[in-house]
Design a protein. Structure first.
Length: 154
């Protein structure tokens, strides 16, 4: 990945992170804004995690630098979507199951678990050790799948 693109992505992630730190009510004028925000964050996270996973699976050539850069972005993005699960954002163009709002503590616990696994993946990717990356990709993928199975309509 070229340095200017990485700088742009990091700047975007930092700005999104700053927005996530604000109270949820101040971030989203309408529930559909919250839905778009979290969908965008999940899309970016999934794309960058997917690139690392593809390297781990041998579907694309392994590049230690690219793996580290993509894992870093995925880790940052993993922290963003959860501020956007605000009241009223359970309706509209969303695949979020209604039980998220009934089980918010369990949902947040699943998010925290995924974020922890993503941090481990980030550390493994920084090491450049493909075997460590493979193990971390597996654990991270399982935590993502668990949340999708419980809280996402397919």
């Amino acid at each position: 990945m070229r340095a200017p693109l990485l700088t742009l992505l990091m700047t975007t992630a930092a700005l999104l992170g700053a927005a996530a730190a604000q109270p949820a009510a101040a971030q989203f004028a309408k529930p559909e804004d919250a839905i778009k925000y979290r969908q965008a964050a999940f899309t970016v996270m999934g794309r960058h995690f997917g690139l690392v996973a593809a390297m781990a699976a041998g579907k694309i050539p392994f590049d230690a630098k690219a793996a580290a850069e993509n894992a870093e972005i995925a880790t940052m993005m993993s922290k963003l979507p959860y501020a956007a699960f605000v009241p009223g954002s359970d309706l509209g163009d969303t695949k979020a199951k209604p039980k998220i709002w009934d089980e918010m503590d369990k949902f947040k616990a699943a998010a925290t678990k995924m974020q922890g696994e993503m941090a481990k993946l980030n550390a493994a990717a920084r090491s450049g050790n493909l075997d460590a990356i493979k193990a971390a990709v597996g654990a991270t993928g399982k935590s993502c799948k668990a949340c999708h199975d419980n809280y996402r309509e397919e």
